[in-house]
Write a new protein. Structure first.
Length: 162
């Protein structure tokens, strides 16, 4: 039975990694859930401890912060005004409800609309939108690294089944 729970954990880790790149599934949440299910089914002697679970929860929360802040930071780096950066954050929050397309398009449109409201030229609005898109791509790569770190932390912290 222990091998079944290991197999399920590995499958959920793979689904979580896919969900980290494509926001069809909440990737790091699935990875955390796999670790918690592993702990519940195999017990503390054969699985991870509370410290490891706490670290995994904090890493998962960091990825959600990255979802919202990546577009903001990219727009800011490319010279967006406060309106543009606010638009990027608002666009990211709205975009979360529209899957993959919304996650990338929401902050771009939000940054551009914010810049236009601030009275900037369309070229400046486009630059802010471009920065928001690049920030989101960088944020996705950072989320993937965090998801891999979560899996590595789990593997290092748990006793192998054989």
């Amino acid at each position: 039975m222990e091998l079944f729970w290991w197999f399920l954990t590995i499958v959920l880790f793979a689904v979580g990694l896919i969900g980290t790149i494509t926001p069809v599934f909440p990737g790091t949440t699935i990875i955390l859930a796999a670790a918690i299910v592993h702990r519940m089914m195999l017990g503390p002697g054969n699985s991870i401890g509370w410290r490891t679970i706490t670290v995994l929860v904090l890493l998962m929360l960091a990825t959600y912060a990255l979802d919202v802040l990546a577009g903001y930071l990219g727009a800011k780096y490319f010279g967006a005004t406060k309106w543009g950066t606010f638009g990027a954050i608002l666009g990211a929050l709205v975009g979360l409800f529209f899957g993959l397309i919304g996650l990338f398009i929401g902050p771009v449109v939000g940054a551009m609309v914010g810049e236009v409201i601030a009275g900037k030229r369309m070229i400046d609005a486009g630059r802010a939108g471009w920065g928001s898109l690049l920030g989101n791509i960088g944020g996705t790569l950072a989320k993937l690294i965090i998801a891999l770190a979560m899996i590595i932390i789990f593997v290092v912290s748990v006793r192998p089944p054989f």
